[in-house]
Design a protein around this ligand. Structure first.
Ligand code: SF4
Ligand code: SF4
Length: 812
């Protein structure tokens, strides 16, 4: 997103900033020798006011609110920091919190946090923090010996018991909602097992493990002769954590684990920086830990009194951390793990002479740690999409599901648990991304993971129904050794509909799909094996691969071999090559791919489970028809990217399959989505790429919202409210209206984009744009006035309204 605020300043675009650190008190009651503020190269703290004046808090809050309004930011994150913020005392703290809530809450959700050493935390302060919904992180470096190594008072005395007392307070039920987690700075001289046990004993909702701040000028302490001591130390904790079943989110490990949603932090990954600091004198500063680089390193020369957020966001030191790969040194750009490491924390790259144009001073450790993470079993991918999101764990292959029923377990039933309330950012971020209309790759990844979790849970329930089998054993084995191959088949859009249908129909499991899934996973993993697979009708169905016609046989023996299959049915054995064009003469009908740039899009016209759209699907297409549909899909894909690139990216990321619907001369342009078939949409065959583009965007909106509704109740399930809408003659249930407005928001966006061109179709596009915009606006208002939305639903719809604001102006 580029700057839309039109604020004064250089013309360069800026990304909106949603996270702010407010240094409300610049002094501390501890004297930690690893503190980057007082022991770092930057010593500007000595010249700052001791506490942030009320007028400065007001000016900062106003700037943040102004920026949130200008960029329609639905959520703003503010962390109170120091020094030690609790040195403000209850009255001073109340003033700051009241000011922030008053200035920011009317326009956006304010996620308020505080980082403290805990020394001064008492009941009165806890009550205040709960009242203002402030989430608190406490610094603790582990057991007493570890904590005492650095975290001491100026007289050298331990602060360990004070920190633990603070944590005990936060664990009390009445204060638990303010307990965000523990921040622990690593010291490799400490015993990692002791540190891990000590942190876990505090029952934190989340643990942050931070590498001690260092630069190439001031490298971290390393024991002689040990190449990667930090990777070794963290690797030991990672091992314990994995062995314990990952009992608490550890942000660094989650961020480095492939496939874990929410990957990427300030410390690792390529996510753009989205943070500014306000010093006690009102100065805008860059990321605080830059203080380790050189005196004045975080300085921007700007302040909240004279400069809006956008000016600070355009500062080169901020902007360079928003451009991902392009902001890294050549060595990092060429690094095979750069997407996960991201060059490490920005300050850790500093070296006099080359500045920040270096890999992290922890480069070797980061490489080794990533290898360690990769060497361990992957997490139960059925768990929450992001630490603290509260999504219910569902069974991985090989593990029974924990209480799934039919219909599928609703991963969000625990989404409003105490833990989730303590760490709401995952929910907020997900709702914000999806409500904005498109959803970034993180949000779509979360939805996909959730859907995979549901399918895995259903699959495990199916295994419970059918009992163990060789196919199940094979699938479980492959899941441990080639998880991506198993995921590729378990994310097949029509697996969940099959499971739901079969689980709802008690009786003999005569059409068990597990053997076919095992074959496909083995093929994808490149594993040679033999599986007995039941046929379905007259065919061997291999989801995601294709169908082999086998007249009259109930089972087939399938051997996976390099490049294909050997299939024996009765007395006949045939080879089925899977790479290249498999010969039709052996009866093999592969799943065909549309030649879409940027995505792997299947034309699903062979899987019988595709018949789940409540309207007839087309029979398997002949070759010319498949080629024609593929060509139109490729054209439509280009059109979506041309019209609204963000919707193009959302299609690239999430849409896996298109099902041709049966032709109907009376309704030549139709489309459909099935809630249980995430990743697929159904459309009629048409040569009109422009029209097909609108259908694809429309239906994929339903797909995304359906997946979100699997996570969260946005509508009161008991609601019987019906709402009249402009696009249908009959009043609609609330969830139907929500689905309608979400799809129409995207469609309006597409028409707006077309209307803003000088093409001949701009005039009719303008009429469409205005109609869809008005429909959406009226229905959004009706939803908000219906009283049938849950709290989350109301937040979601309000955020949709923010997105709609961007379409308020006439499209031309
Ligand atoms: S408690 Fe934090 S701010 Fe205070 S001295 Fe220690 S590290 Fe620095
Ligand atoms: S810091 Fe090292 S491991 Fe990280 S991206 Fe750069 S070269 Fe790769």
């Amino acid at each position: 997103m580029t700057c839309r605020c039109g604020a004064a300043g250089p013309a360069a675009p800026c990304r909106p900033i949603s996270q702010y650190v407010l240094k409300v008190h610049s002094r501390c009651d501890l004297s930690c020798d690893h503190c980057y503020i007082y022991q770092g190269a930057d010593q500007t703290w000595q010249t700052r006011p001791i506490r942030m004046a009320a007028s400065t808090v007001r000016a900062a809050a106003d700037r943040i609110a102004e920026h949130a309004r200008a960029h329609a930011l639905p959520v703003v994150h503010v962390v109170l920091h120091g020094g030690e913020p609790l040195l403000l005392g209850p009255a001073g703290l109340r003033e700051v919190l009241a000011e922030l809530r008053a200035a920011l809450t009317p326009g956006a959700v304010l996620d308020l946090r505080m980082q403290t050493n805990g020394v001064l935390l008492d009941e009165e302060l806890c009550r205040l923090l709960v009242a203002y919904d402030v989430k608190v992180g406490v610094s603790l470096d582990g057991d007493r010996a570890a904590n005492d190594r650095h975290r001491v008072f100026a007289h050298g005395g331990s602060s360990h018991s004070q920190a633990r007392r603070a944590l005990a307070l936060l664990r009390r039920p009445e204060f638990r909602s303010s307990y965000a987690g523990i921040l622990c700075t690593v010291d490799v001289r400490n015993d990692p097992d002791e540190v891990y046990s000590a942190l876990l004993a505090e029952a934190p909702p989340r643990i942050d493990l931070l590498l001690p701040h260092a630069t190439w000028d001031r490298p971290p302490w390393r024991p002689p002769g040990v190449a990667t001591p930090y990777a070794d130390w963290l690797g030991r904790i990672h091992q314990r954590w994995v062995d314990d079943g990952r009992p608490v989110p550890i942000r660094l490990f989650d961020a480095l684990t492939p496939g874990q949603a929410g990957g990427g932090t300030e410390a690792v990954g390529l996510a753009p920086a989205d943070l500014l600091v306000v010093e006690t004198d009102g100065s805008w500063e860059q990321v605080d830990s830059l203080k380790v680089a050189f005196h004045g390193a975080p300085d921007t020369g700007l302040d909240v009194f004279s400069h809006p957020v956008d000016d600070a966001a355009r500062h080169p030191g901020v902007a360079i951390r928003q451009v991902g790969l392009a902001g890294l040194c050549a060595e990092c750009r060429a690094c095979p793990v750069v997407s996960r490491c991201g060059g490490g924390l920005y300050p850790h790259r500093w070296r006099t002479g080359t500045g920040f144009d270096n890999p992290s001073v922890y480069c070797a450790d980061l490489l080794a740690l990533i290898a360690t993470v990769d060497s361990r079993p992957r997490p139960d991918r059925a768990v929450a999409p992001e630490p603290g999101s509260g999504a219910a764990p569902a069974g991985a292959v090989g593990q029974p599901p924990r209480g799934p029923g039919i219909p599928a377990p609703r991963a969000a039933e625990s989404a409003e648990s105490a833990e989730d309330r303590a760490v709401p950012s995952a929910t907020d971020r997900l709702l914000t991304e999806i409500a904005g209309g498109h959803g970034d790759s993180w949000a779509l990844g979360v939805l996909a993971q959730t859907q995979l979790s549901i399918t895995r849970a259903l699959l495990a329930t199916w295994r419970d129904t059918t009992g163990d089998s060789a196919a199940w054993e094979l699938l479980t084995e492959l899941d441990a050794t080639a998880g991506d191959a198993v995921d590729a088949v378990l994310t097949h859009p029509f697996l969940r509909p099959w499971l739901v249908r079969r689980l709802a129909r008690p009786g003999t499991p005569d059409d068990d799909l597990l053997p076919a899934l095992a074959v496909v996973a083995a093929v994808r993993a490149g594993v040679d094996t033999v599986v007995e697979v039941p046929t379905r009708g007259d065919a061997l169905m291999l989801p995601t691969l294709g169908r082999l016609t086998l007249a009259g046989e109930r089972t087939a023996t399938v051997r996976t071999v390099a490049g294909g299959l050997r299939v024996r049915a009765g007395s006949v054995e045939r080879g089925v090559p899977l790479d290249g064009d498999a010969p039709a003469r052996v009866g093999w009908q592969p799943v065909r791919r549309a030649p879409v740039v940027g995505a792997a899009l299947a034309i699903e016209d062979v899987d019988p489970e595709r018949n789940c759209y409540g309207q007839p699907v087309a029979p398997t297409l002949d070759e010319p028809a498949a080629v024609a549909l593929g060509r139109t899909l490729a054209g439509a894909w280009r059109v979506v990217h041309r019209d609204v690139p963000a919707h193009g990216a959302a299609l690239d990321t999430g849409l896996r399959a298109v099902v041709p619907l049966a032709p109907d001369a009376g309704a030549p342009l139709r489309s459909a989505t099935a809630r249980e078939a995430f990743g697929a949409v159904a459309v009629t065959q048409t040569p009109d790429a422009e029209a097909l583009a609108v259908l694809l965007v429309h239906e994929w909106q339903h797909g995304k919202l359906g997946a979100l509704l699997d996570l969260y109740d946005l509508v009161d399930p008991a609601s019987t409210v019906l709402i009249p809408v402009a696009w249908r003659p009959d009043p609609r249930p609330v969830e139907g209206v929500l689905q309608g407005v979400y799809a129409h928001l995207a469609v309006a966006e597409v028409w707006h984009a077309r209307a803003a061109t000088d093409r001949p179709d701009a005039r009719p596009a303008r009429e469409h744009a205005l109609r869809y915009r008005d429909w959406t606006r009226d229905a959004v208002d009706a939803l908000l006035g219906s009283g049938a939305l849950t709290d989350l639903g109301e937040r979601f719809v309000r955020r949709m309204r923010h997105a709609l604001e961007g379409l308020r102006a006439d499209p031309d």
